[in-house]
Each structure stands twice: as C-alpha cells, then as structure tokens.
Write a protein that binds this ligand. Structure first.
Ligand SMILES: [Zn+2]
Length: 858
C-alpha cells in the first residue's frame, strides 16, 4: 500500500475500547452478532472525486436499528476519519485493527444515525477505489471493486454480506465526467465551478460488496431503443461500437430468459454494463451495474466464434448473478459456490436456449471440467462449501472449485433431479429469500420440497467433502454379445469415500447407433444388468454427455479402439470427451505423452471443430514443453511448426486458421519457425482473411524475445514505435519480462513486490512471459522468493492475482530440484492453511511433470 502510514489511524486519548482487543479482519462470530443486533441499515454517502488526488474525501450517514445496547463496531481500514457524530453528538474517534468503535454512551436502542467524515485512499493498484489512467488520451477514471470485504477500505460500514442495506450515493466530480452506480441517477447539478453533483436514487437492499460506482469521461452506447446501456471510456468508443449490438442483444434475451426461468422479474430498477480496462476480474456483478473487463469484451486478439460465445457466457454469468447472488445473497462467503456455481451453470443453460446449434454442453465440458478435474486431483483441493472463520481469508475461496467444480456438480444435480424439479426448486428458493440472504441448506430444502426426495447423502458428499471419484468400467463379450458390464469407483485422493454418481454409459458400434444406459452408482461397485446381451460394442465410455462429475478413463481395450477411431468419429461431443479422457490418462502417467503427440499430429489436420482443435493443440504444447525430454521435443517441434504454418494458411475455416496461428507462436523455436513469426509481423506472411490485432502482434514479439531470436531487439523497438497506445505500453512491458537475462528478471521481480510500481494488470500480463518455459534456470532462483511473498500478495492484491502468481512461477519449472524446493518450503515454512492449499494445488502440475518424465524417460 502506498497510503502514508501516519494517516492510517487517528487515536483520541482517554477513551478506552470496550472490546478488550478489536479483532483482526472480520471474524464470523462478530458478523453473526452484528447481524442479530443491527437491522434496517441505510447509507447516504457523498464522495468528492478529484483527478490525480491520492484520496477521496467523503461523508456517510448511516442509519440503523439497534436491538440492544452494547459496544458496536463499524469496519473501516486504510483511511482516515475526520469526525464522528452519533445521534447528533460529536463523538470520539477510536479506530483499531480496521474497526471503528461507536461510542456506546451515544448509541440508543432503536434507530440511530451516525455521521462520519473520512478520507480514503485511491491508487492505480492495491486499493478498492482504483484509478485508471488512460494513456491513449490522458484522461482518468475512478471505479470501485469491493468484493469480498473491501467496501470498508472506501467508507465506514458494516462490511458483511448479510447486513444488506439501501444505499443513496452522491458523487461530486469534474463536470465532463459521467458517474454510474447501482441505481438510476436522480438528478445532476452544478456543485462548484466545473464540478457536477450526481445524485442517485436509493437502491433496494444490497450487500456492501455489491455496491459500486464508476466515474470518468465514459460514453453511453445504445444498440437500440429500450436496450440495456453499455458504457465505454471515451478513447474506446469506436472499438466498442461494433460490439454493442451483440452485447445488448444477449443481455436483453438473458433478462427475459432468466425472468421466466426463475419466475422472478429482473430484481433491480435498471441494468447497465460498464467496460473497465484492466479490471481485475472478467466481470463483477454489482446489482444493476455490472462491470466487465474491457479486454474480455473488446478483443485484443483476432476472435474466433468460440471467443464470441465465451463472451456471451461472461455476459450471461454476470446477469444471472442479479438473481443468484444479488437478489438472494449467500449469508457468508463460505457459500461462495452457491452464487458462482449457479451463475456459470445458468449462463450455459441460457445460451444453449439461444444458440441450440452451438453444442453448448460440449463447450461447458471444455471450459469447465479440465480446471475442475485438475484441482480435484491435488492435495490442495477443498469441498465446494469452504469454511471461512474470518472474512479476511475469503479471497482464498475463489478458484477452480467454485468456478468449475460447482457448476459441474450442479449439472450432475440437474441430471439426478430432472430438469423441471431442478428449476422449480430454484424458483422456490429465490422466492423465499428475495432481497435477503440464504445458505446452501436453504437451497437443498427447496429442492427436496419440490422433488420429494432426500438429498442428504448427495449433499454430504458433493458439498461438504473434497475430492471426486474415479469411475472404471470392466466388460467382456462372449461371441458377439456383451456378457457382463460393471462399474467401480474409487476416490481420487485415496480416501474411503463413495460418491453417489448418476451417469450415462455409451456402448459404441460401427453402425453409429450407440446404446445409452443411465446408471446410478451408489456403492463401490455395481453390475449393469441392462447391458448384458447387447451386441458386443467397439468401446465403452462411462460418462456420455458429461452428466457425471469424476475421472472417467478408458479401459485398455476401449482405449486402443478409441485411438484408432477418433479421426472418424462423427459425434463431436463424444469425440471431445474421448480426447479429454486420453489427456487424463497422460496426466495420470498411464499413457505415454509421445503417443498423445503422435495422435494429435496425425488427426489435427482433419479436425474441423475449432474449439476441439484448440484444446488438443494446447495439450500438445504442454506435452512438448513439459512432459517429454528436450531431445524428443527438438525432434517433434519442427513437424508441429510446419503443420501449424501450413494449416494457418490453408485451413478452409478462418477460426481454425486463427487457432493454428496461435499454436505457431506458442510452439515456434527453430530458426524456421521463428522466421515465420517475424514474417507475420512484417507482413511477408499473412493469415488469410484474418487481421491480426494488437495483442496478436505483441504475442509474436514476446515469443521472439523469449526465444532469444537474433532480431528480437529490433522487432521489439519497431513494435513499440508502431503501437504507442496504452495497451501497447502494457504489452511491451510484458514482452520485456520475457528477456532471458538475469538483470531483467531481477528488475521485474523487485517491481512485482511493489503495488505502486505498475497497474496490477501490467504485472499479471508479464508473469507468464517472465516464467517462459525455456527459462527455468534463470527463474529458478525466484521460486522460493515467490513463495515467501505469498502473505504479502494475499493482503495487497486482488482476488485472482495470487493464483496467477503461483501458477506462473511453478509452471516455469519442470525439474525434480524445483519440485523438491517447493515441498521443502511446505515442510519447513510457517504457512497459513489457505496458502498451503494453494501451493499444494499449484505444485501438483510440477509433481505430475516429474512423474511423467520419470516414468516414460522420454
Ligand atoms: Zn461470478
């Protein structure tokens, strides 16, 4: 933090704190106690935003009902209190450990009014009120991001999700600025010379983490009359204009779809989308005013159809939160999965209704399951319900478990219950808890009520326990008939747990008339009597259509058969699942990565599905850079380079050509391959029908820098002159991190540890180039220091930064020595439990790399 320490706290002498010691963070007990005593909360907040200033000054009037007289704490940290008035009487200021104690003598039972004047920090990184300096036109924007408990870094409040409040905001800012917040603007007026006061209507009851505003020279874009509005910064308006129509169409259809599906109208008076450059997340679902990361909407690389659909999913995810998260909010962040799992599941659900030809459940599998299954197989995994005794640890709850496992488990639950009962349960749950808070048990009760079946055992396993099953198939034929088919399960973390699993088995035949059998596996093993007597299949896969959640490897007979038939398997969804299952076998060190690479090289030229081709190429790149020996890599890379260069030009589909182009700059390392990257930059080589965008070009430059291409320095200078934009400066910074020399690494690492050095998205952009796969020796000395920096990163950086940080530094390494270093750190250092789990999660990939290399000594 760059907020001067001497401003942090102002103590007034002679007033004892009634809490023997103010607690650190926000313990759950304090939150529960407050929620029981405080009600009817209203905030009237006035903020003055000054361009360039390191702080905002403000005043808040908090009205609330108090049941009992007792010491009462507000939350406020990192800022400075100027004055406090309780019920009209000036009161001493006592701030300790991020809490402001309200002087008990001035409080009363019933309604209370507290007025506080304060000054809170603003910076380009490390503060929840964030400044974005637009290097394209020199303008400035200020926006907030309070999740999970950072509203209390902006103004004094009861910063917990179950003290919902009505907010009335007033912003004083330069007259050229537009302010957007949760509620519609009620009035605007001149406040002072060249200053404008924007007053917003009072919101409906919302949690503090869902309150937000953004201000600056934003421009409002509308695709059509009556459509929800999109705001973009003024220098991005022209780029935003062509995207607005699709954005607004998806939003409008989504609003109608969810209102009908949930049987609840849109819960807030208006809905805006605000594009924020460099936002720390893809999006944030502030009630009535979703913020989306500008880069996730206005693509910096030439987009494919898959990219456009993923953007639709993002838009629908944030929109679904308006019901699941904003209208009904989890009581505490231990139930984070409730809102994230549903938002992600419902986003695909809605898009499947809008785009029935786009195979959305296959896309759901591709974007959801790999991350979920990857973390599930590590010792760092957690249940989807995550115990969080103190809200200051809530950031650690974010990750693949809530974003990938939770929606995967919900798909399984919808399969278990049936589509209608699942929907009716959600309707009941939303109706019963509208504008209030709820827990997973409330949802379960609603689902049990409508379905009249007990979900107790199901929930105990899938919500309360960590891990998942590996489901294996055994089968045999006599003559041309299947004589026996059985399933067995074991827990992937080797516990004795048994996972109730509903799945669909598919028996594959040459006639392409597969037989599907639904199975409910409740024990460790079961026979499937319906299968006996069916014609002997070519192969069997036990998770057709991806309804179940778990590891589904192929038995050896099926695996051989699948590998010989993948190329001409017409069912795209099944083909995708089988490629995925084979990759799981590689990661389990059961299938030689060279076999996967050979299969990929053979079948990729004939693969017509862009998303599937892209995932096979990404896995092939991982296998080349991590799982095989340097010698094997050097032998195989020229073939992949040549294939990519050829397909990038000759593939009949422009989306496929883009996929191959991306693969080429991810793979190229020979003089021929690197020469092609240079030719793409100079225009001597082109991807037909595709115009490269800024980040496409910078990715080429970054690859050349990382691979020590002899012309890298000249190419870098030329690109910097060609693209002096704000984005260009960020990408140039990231490209420099890829320089393979010790001075560069030292300089960058030192900057990483300071939040005031660069905006957070610059740092994030540069972490993977810094840890380029071919620079393990240069970056190895930073591995331990990166681990040691975790507590600082946890406190100073936004939610997803820590995982990116860990993944980048650990992913940069492939050796047993690096593996030993991480495990030594885990064995000897004192590490918080949540950080320990994050390290265990990240080191798993390194453990696998070492195991695969060891086993196949390739
Ligand atoms: Zn979300």
């Amino acid at each position: 933090m760059n907020w001067p320490a001497f401003l942090l706290f102002m103590f007034v002498g002679g007033v004892g704190c009634a809490w023997a010691q103010a607690p650190q963070g926000l313990p759950r007990d304090l939150a529960r106690e407050r929620a029981a005593e405080v009600s009817e909360v209203r905030y009237a907040l006035s903020l003055t935003l000054t361009p360039g200033a390191p702080a905002v000054s403000g005043e808040v009037e908090i009205r609330f009902n108090l049941r009992r007289m007792r010491p009462l704490l507000l939350d406020y940290r990192e800022g400075r209190i100027r004055s406090v008035q309780i019920n009209g009487i000036a009161s001493p200021v006592v701030v300790e450990k991020g809490h402001l104690e309200l002087f008990p003598g001035s409080l009363r039972r019933g309604e209370n009014t507290v007025r506080i004047q304060f000054v809170s920090p603003v910076a380009t990184a490390g503060t929840p009120i964030t400044r974005f300096e637009d290097r394209d036109d020199g303008s400035e924007y200020i926006y907030t991001l309070f999740v999970p408990m950072d509203a209390s870094m902006a103004f004094p409040c009861f910063d917990q999700p179950d003290l919902k409040a009505r907010f009335k905001l007033e912003v004083i800012a330069p007259e050229s600025w537009t302010a957007i917040s949760n509620a519609p603007a009620e009035s605007t007026a001149e406040a002072a010379p060249q200053q404008r006061r924007t007053a917003f209507e009072e919101t409906r009851p919302i949690s503090t983490y869902l309150f937000a505003f953004a201000a600056g020279p934003f421009r409002k874009l509308e695709g059509g009359p009556g459509m929800p509005a999109v705001y973009a910064r003024q220098s991005a308006v022209e780029r935003a204009r062509p995207e607005v129509e699709r954005l607004e169409r998806v939003t409008a259809r989504g609003i109608a779809y969810f209102a009908e599906y949930f049987a609840q109208p849109f819960p807030f008076p208006k809905y805006d989308t605000v594009l924020i450059p460099g936002l720390a997340y893809g999006g944030m679902e502030h009630a009535g005013a979703t913020f989306l990361r500008e880069e996730s909407v206005l693509f910096r690389t030439a987009p494919t159809n898959t990219d456009l659909l993923r953007r639709d999913v993002l838009v629908l995810h944030e929109l679904a939160h308006q019901w699941f998260g904003d209208l009904v909010t989890m009581r505490w962040f231990d139930d984070l999965w409730l809102k994230e799992g549903f938002a992600q599941y419902m986003a695909f659900h809605a898009l499947d209704a809008f785009e029935p030809g786009e195979n959305l459940w296959k896309r759901f599998y591709e974007s959801i399951k790999p991350a979920a299954y990857a973390i599930e197989s590590t010792q760092g995994t957690t249940p989807i319900y995550q115990d969080i005794p103190n809200l200051q640890d809530a950031k650690s709850a974010y990750g693949a478990i809530v974003y990938s496992k939770a929606p995967g488990v919900l798909k399984q639950l919808a399969f278990v219950l049936g589509a209608e009962q699942f929907r009716d349960g959600l309707r009941l749950y939303l109706r019963e808890h509208a504008y209030a808070n709820a827990e997973w048990a409330d949802l379960l009760r609603a689902l049990e009520t409508v379905s009249r079946q007990s979900l107790r055992i199901w929930a105990e396993m899938w919500i309360r326990r960590r891990g998942m099953p590996q489901v294996d198939v055994a089968w045999s034929c006599q003559g041309d008939r299947l004589s026996r088919l059985s399933l067995s399960q074991r827990d992937v973390l080797a516990t004795r747990d048994i996972w109730p699993t509903a799945t669909q088995i598919v028996l594959d035949y040459a006639s392409d008339n597969p037989v599907r059998i639904r199975v409910d596996l409740h024990g460790r093993t079961m026979d499937v009597p319906e299968a006996a007597g069916k014609p002997c299949p070519r192969f069997i896969f036990a998770n057709d259509q991806d309804y179940a959640y778990g590891r589904f490897l192929l038995d050896s007979r099926s695996r051989e058969e699948v590998m010989s038939r993948l190329g001409d398997m017409p069912d795209l969804f099944r083909r995708t699942l089988l490629w995925g299952s084979l990759w799981e076998s590689v990661r389990e060190a059961q299938l030689d990565p060279r076999t996967y690479l050979e299969l990929a090289a053979k079948l990729l030229p004939g693969e017509s599905d862009e998303a599937l081709a892209r995932s096979i190429l990404a896995r092939a790149t991982t296998a080349l850079h991590r799982y095989v020996s340097d010698e094997t890599r050097r032998r195989l890379v020229p073939g992949f380079e040549a294939l990519a260069a050829e397909q990038m030009v000759q593939s009949p589909d422009s989306d496929l050509r883009i996929g191959w182009f991306r693969a080429l700059h991810g793979l190229a390392e020979t003089p021929v391959g690197l020469g092609q990257l240079r030719d793409l930059l100079s225009g001597r080589l082109a991807v037909p029908g595709v115009e490269l965008r800024a980040l496409d070009r910078w990715n080429l430059v970054t690859a050349l820098v990382a691979m020590s291409d002899p012309e890298a320095a000249a190419v870098f200078i030329a690109e910097r002159q060609r693209d002096p934009s704000g984005d260009g400066q960020k990408y140039a910074y990231a490209a420099q991190a890829a320089r393979p020399d010790p001075e560069t690494k030292q300089k960058f690492f030192q900057e990483y540890l300071r939040t005031d050095a660069h905006p957070e998205d610059w740092t994030e952009q540069s972490l993977f180039p810094f840890n380029a796969w071919n620079q393990s020796e240069l970056t190895a000395p930073y591995l331990k220091r990166a681990l040691e920096a975790l507590p600082q990163i946890k406190s100073d950086r936004k939610i997803f930064f820590l995982e990116n940080w860990l993944d980048a530094f650990i992913y940069g390494q492939q050796s047993p020595a690096a593996q030993a270093e991480v495990h030594r750190y885990l064995d000897t250092a004192r590490v918080d439990q949540d950080l320990r789990l994050k390290i265990l999660e990240a080191v798993d990939e390194l453990d696998r790399t070492v195991a695969i290399r060891g086993k196949f000594s390739n």
